[in-house]
Ligand binder design. Structure first.
Ligand code: FAD
Length: 449
């Protein structure tokens, strides 16, 4: 029996995962990507000075096994680094630092007790209230959590005894980078998922991980090598303009026949190429992220990264330390939910972030800024607003053997690399139906959980 031909549209992480999973299930895959490179919203590029920069700092957590498994399958997991346990230095506007660090020996949720008890950016009363709300989140369970989707997380927090300071200095510290907006614009169900999966599910769930190398190096040329070795292929720089159950048509007129099609595209593109697969605009909207890369003449951070309270800096990453390689000092200010920053000219943003760094980090006052680059991603993620769950479709469409994938689909996760990869795996299983498992790679990523 010949292998089913599957076309995967979109070479972001969802499409890459779908392609690898389908190959593992016995398919012959063509992965089609509009841009000349794979990786989608998680990519790196070379700037005018010849530096390799990520479009935005990407981190993953200990609760993201599919991401690590995909990189292992591609043979690039050696470039990943992960903290053994959560450890975040949090700088306050008064110049003090509180360490949010999990302790290893205690079972969840006790592994966070010390971190909360010593979190000096809140009063003792506020810390006790945070601990109570955390333990309530831990008892909600998926069904009760899902019922909170219509509510803003800030309202849930206020109903559960959280002060405005606690929301800003503790809850939003986590909600902003994971959901890509502040609690008042975030679905309580989505934020509750983040805290239960990412902080409470196990002592290592919240450990932060990152790539030591520029993001594109995780997938280029590994994906192509992986697929071609298994009788499949990658087409870059080719846009799908029409897709349906029998295959797809590309921008240059080429038609690719297929036994199954996976649409791993942004929602708006999905509707353009196959409106029958997504008849209504899901109306999810977008939330922006701005990354400001700064190159000083010396190292300015002691830690690989810090969170900064009461400041537009939000989170600052020392890419040099994170890469573990020698080279020019390089920090990245990563601003989530960056609605206001999108309209600010790049040079102004770079200057104001450098000034702000000098204000809050003593070592930055002595340092000279040698260069900068600003990346604005207007459509970085879907908007995590209340009501998001009902707007996110599952993999199945009205078209036979045409499935949807993408971080924006109904994964239960915020717009993350992990969510994208899970959606791709699920879509591959959907189009492959009860196809016998292939012999070329075994086991596929899904079964390596
Ligand atoms: C600045 C920034 C920072 C982020 N930080 C984090 C983080 O720290 N941790 C985390 O987990 N997530 C983070 N994310 C989110 C994460 O990058 C995304 O959720 C994930 O990469 C989305 O993958 P995807 O495959 O679903 O979609 P996409 O990456 O959007 O992939 C879709 C692909 O389809 C292609 N395409 C579009 N139209 C066509 C067409 N007609 N034909 C063929 N191909 C087409 C696109 O070029 C693209 O490659 C961040 C995102 C950004 C932008």
């Amino acid at each position: 029996m010949s292998a089913p031909r599957i076309v995967v549209c979109g070479g972001g992480l969802a499409g890459i995962a779908a392609a690898c999973e389908a190959v593992g299930l016995g398919a012959q895959v063509t992965l089609v990507e509009r841009r000349p490179f794979l990786g989608g919203r998680a990519f790196s590029f070379t700037d005018e000075e010849g530096r390799q920069l990520d479009n935005g700092q990407h981190v993953f957590l200990g609760c993201c096994p599919a991401y690590v498994r995909l990189m292992r399958l591609l043979g690039t997991d050696g470039h990943l680094h992960r903290q053994p346990l959560l450890r975040i230095p949090v700088l306050g506007s008064d110049g003090t630092t509180a360490l949010l660090a999990a302790t290893s020996r205690l079972p969840s949720p006790l592994h966070l007790t010390k971190a909360l008890a010593t979190y000096s950016h809140l009063s003792l009363r506020e810390r006790a209230a945070v601990a109570r709300a955390m333990s309530k989140l831990g008892t909600l369970g998926p069904r009760r959590r899902a019922r909170l989707d219509g509510m803003a997380f800030s309202d849930w927090l206020a109903d559960n005894g959280q002060s405005e300071d606690a929301i800003e200095r503790f809850w939003d510290l986590v909600v902003l980078p994971t959901c890509n907006d502040r609690s008042h614009r975030v679905s309580a169900a989505l934020a509750a998922f983040v805290f239960t999966e990412g902080m409470l599910s196990s002592p290592t769930a919240s450990a932060v991980g990152w790539s030591r190398v520029p993001l594109s190096q995780l997938v280029e040329p590994a994906v192509e090598r992986f697929l071609t070795a298994r009788g499949s292929r990658v087409l870059r720089g080719q846009a799908v303009i029409e897709a349906g159950p029998g295959g797809v048509r590309l921008g240059d007129g080429t038609e690719l026949g297929a036994d199954g099609v996976i649409l791993a595209l942004p929602a708006e593109r999905t509707r353009q190429v196959a409106s029958a697969a997504l008849p209504e605009d899901p109306g999810l909207g977008h939330s922006p992220i701005v990354n400001v890369h700064l190159f000083h003449d010396r190292r300015i951070l002691e830690d690989p990264f810090v969170a900064v309270l009461d400041s537009p800096l939000q989170w600052v990453f020392d890419r040099r330390q994170m890469s573990g390689a020698p080279g020019e000092p390089h920090v990245v200010v990563s601003i989530s939910g960056a609605h206001a920053e999108m309209g600010v000219p790049r040079a102004e943003l770079a200057e104001s972030m450098a000034d702000e760094l000098a204000r809050v980090i003593p070592a930055a006052r002595e340092a000279k800024l040698r260069g900068w680059a600003v990346v604005k991603e207007a459509r970085a993620t879907f908007a995590p607003a209340p009501g998001q769950a009902a707007r996110r479709p599952g993999p199945r469409t009205a078209l036979e053997r045409v499935a949807l994938a993408g971080a924006w689909t109904a994964t239960g996760w915020p717009a993350t690399m992990e969510g994208a990869i899970r959606s791709g795996i699920r879509a591959a299983r959907e189009v492959m139906g009860d196809a016998p498992p292939g012999t070329s790679i075994r086991p596929a990523i899904s079964s390596r959980a």
